[in-house]
Design a protein around this ligand. Structure first.
Ligand code: NI
Length: 205
């Protein structure tokens, strides 16, 4: 397979992130906001309503009903993410590969929580670097705020990280599993191995 420059860069980031993931896990565990938020979220799973109205990376208007009938793996992040997002999207790609012909029963979605920078074309280029099945979704600030509220996703803009006003986003880093009927089923916490996610999903198909 021919890899584009972006793909090479992203997969290099994945490798670096995997090496650093233990340190990151320790960091997020003691990161007050994230830890408190995730604890609260897991305790409130019954109120997660996986509903959205967004724009896909091909430019079409989509909603949660668009992929009704398929299991949905939903992850929130941003295309400039240095570690968590590329690592998780790489895992989702591995799950899709592992599913073989059952891949048609599962839809992986990547929803931007940085709509100011992640426009449709950015989402298209980004998700294509990981797996052709992944659909990237973005929207207006209001649409993103609404889907984040519905999924109980935390996200916040960080301080500028350089003189060009680049910034990172803090964000909930779990993968949500949504049933073919559109009901929230469970989350996979950051760092869950692709083979464990695959096994869980295969048992449900
Ligand atoms: Ni991220």
């Amino acid at each position: 397979m021919h890899l584009t420059k972006l793909q090479k860069w992203l997969w290099t980031m994945v490798a670096i992130a995997l090496v650093g993931s233990l340190g990151f896990a320790a960091w997020i565990k003691y990161w007050p906001t994230g830890n408190i938020y995730i604890s609260r979220m897991v305790g409130e799973t019954e109120v997660i309503q996986p509903r959205f109205q967004l724009t896909s990376h091909t430019g079409g208007k989509v909603s949660d009903a668009t992929w009704r009938g398929k299991w949905q793996m939903v992850f929130f992040g941003f295309t400039n993410c240095p570690d968590v997002c590329p690592t998780t999207l790489a895992e989702m790609a591995m799950v899709m590969e592992g599913l073989g012909k059952d891949a048609e029963k599962v839809k992986p979605l990547f929803i931007s929580i940085d709509p100011a920078r992640d426009r449709v074309a950015d989402m298209a280029e980004y998700v294509a670097a990981f797996h052709p099945a992944i659909t990237g979704l973005t929207g207006t600030d209001t649409e993103i705020a609404t889907v984040a509220k519905n999924f109980r996703v935390y996200y916040a803009k960080g301080e500028p990280i350089d003189a060009s006003d680049n910034y990172n986003m803090a964000h909930t880093s779990v993968i949500y599993l949504i049933s073919p009927e559109g009901q929230f089923v469970r989350v996979f916490s950051f760092g869950t191995r692709a083979k464990d996610i695959l096994k869980d999903i295969q048992q449900r198909l």
